[in-house]
Design a protein. Structure first.
Ligand code: DWN
Ligand code: SAH
Length: 406
């Protein structure tokens, strides 16, 4: 029995993935024996509809000065955030001297657009190494965890905010009441809080269970976010479905009564009911579909090894792949190496499963026959980039929304 982080009621897990390491804890061979593991399990609270982890490691174990994820390495995501920054400027940063705050600004992928436009801004980013990249690029950044106390400090130092934005971050923070209370006080009376995160509806529809790992403590829906916002005298006034990170939802939130409510909100709530996001049996079904996905993926990889003996390479040492490799028991016997463009991951081994991570150039130098696409959420960008591999006759193994070879 676990107590819901949002409404304090009790709930049970609907799936356990077993022992998991830190998803971004890429490590050297000498550190294998000290590796940290915790039990990864997820549950659904029937009272407030929030899907959440049962246990999450301490935040300092995940976000520190060697954080391995650098947002700006994807050109697709750079474009996505440049477009978002334009929208912010056109619609919400329109007062005389607007002030924009971003929670979890990473290497400045979004805020550098705002900085370049000469707008007052502040990035809050606890992982000091990625925060430093942002600062070096002219983005005003403090290396701290956002919460209610930090919001008070920001008000004292800078005043109230026209916009508070956050992408792929709010779902990482377990103490959301402190975060929402801080946002409510930091916003100007007509200010807006706009955030996006992987969408529960997409995870259920596509069985993208690899979104479940230590950093992601919440899996949001419009249902659950509306209830949470209401607890802090705010409301969701619009929503926008996005294709990023395998399907995300952008929530537009403001103080109650300050903005007209778009019809998109009721429309999406209705869709969520049709999808059964408020029903416990939806998650029991999801567990069965996750188990099938695991069986199918392991079968395909074992078949390739047994029948061809050829190397299988994985593409993108994602956080998500830590769940896949550890839950499915996929190690260096089935995957020869993972290629990745992140210098900090190269030369290390994947968490728990200990598959070598090599530079992307190794993939280019010697195309494998089979490539398992761990960075499936960037497939549009990757397919455009890998025409050479496709022409060479290379095959892709994918597992979202279903396991297949393409
Ligand atoms: O929520 C989160 C998201 C935004 O980013 C964080 N908790 C951590 C991280 O999750 P992830 O590691 O699953 O994110 P990505 O964006 O799917 O990671 C892609 C990985 O693949 C990176 O290590 C970079 C690499 N990559 C590559 O080698 N070649 C990516 C692209 C697009 C490429 O062409
Ligand atoms: N916004 C970026 C980064 C997402 S990765 C993007 O969409 O690509 C998640 C980020 O959240 C990490 O950089 C991590 O350091 C940050 N983070 C985690 N907890 C946080 C907190 N309490 N306050 C602010 N940022 C946090």
């Amino acid at each position: 029995m676990t107590t819901c982080r949002i409404c304090d009621k009790n709930f049970e897990p609907f799936i356990s993935f077993g022992d998991m390491p830190i998803a971004n804890g890429f490590l050297a061979e000498k550190d294998f024996s000290d590796e940290y593991f915790f039990g990864l399990a997820t549950g659904f609270c029937e009272h407030c509809n929030m899907v959440q982890l049962i246990d999450q490691p301490a935040r300092e174990m995940m976000f520190h000065d060697e954080y391995a994820f650098f947002s700006s390495l994807s050109s697709g995501m750079r474009n996505h955030f440049a477009e978002f920054a334009e929208k912010l400027q056109a619609e919400f940063l329109i007062s005389d001297d607007p002030f924009a705050v971003e929670i979890g600004s990473n290497d400045g992928i979004m805020l550098k657009n705002i900085a370049q436009a000469g707008i007052r801004h502040l990035g809050v980013e606890p992982s000091a190494n990625v925060a430093q990249v942002a600062s070096d690029n002219g983005v005003n950044t403090i290396s701290s965890f956002f919460d209610e106390a930090l919001a008070a400090q920001i008000i004292a130092d800078y005043g109230h905010a026209d916009t508070i934005t956050s992408a792929n971050v709010i779902c990482h923070i377990p103490y959301l009441h402190s975060v929402f209370a801080g946002i409510e006080t930091l916003l100007k009376p007509t200010g807006v809080f706009i955030y996006e995160d992987p969408y529960l509806g997409d995870i259920v529809e596509k069985v993208s269970y690899d979104q479940i790992y230590d950093e992601h403590v919440f899996f949001f829906s419009v249902m659950s976010v509306s209830k949470l916002a209401a607890m802090h005298n705010m409301e969701v006034f619009d929503v926008e479905h996005l294709s990023t990170h395998g399907g995300s939802m952008r929530y537009y939130i403001a103080k109650k009564g300050s903005h007209p409510i778009s019809e998109n909100v009721a429309r999406q709530l209705q869709k969520e009911q049709q999808l059964g996001l408020d029903q416990a049996n939806t998650y029991d079904e999801l567990r069965k579909r996750i188990e099938k996905s695991r069986t199918d993926l392991v079968a395909i990889l074992e078949k390739i090894k047994a029948e061809t003996g050829k190397p299988v390479v994985a593409y993108g040492a994602t956080s998500k792949s830590t769940t896949v490799t550890n839950y499915c028991g996929i190690g260096p016997d089935l995957i020869d190496y993972i290629c990745d463009t992140t210098p900090l991951k190269q030369g290390k081994f994947s968490p728990g499963s200990h598959i070598p991570v090599k530079p992307y150039e190794d993939f280019l130098a010697d195309y494998p026959d089979y490539t398992l696409l761990f960075a499936w959420n960037h497939s549009k960008e990757i397919m455009a980039k890998e025409e050479g591999y496709n022409k060479h006759g290379g095959k892709w193994i994918v597992y979202v929304p279903e396991v297949k070879i393409t």
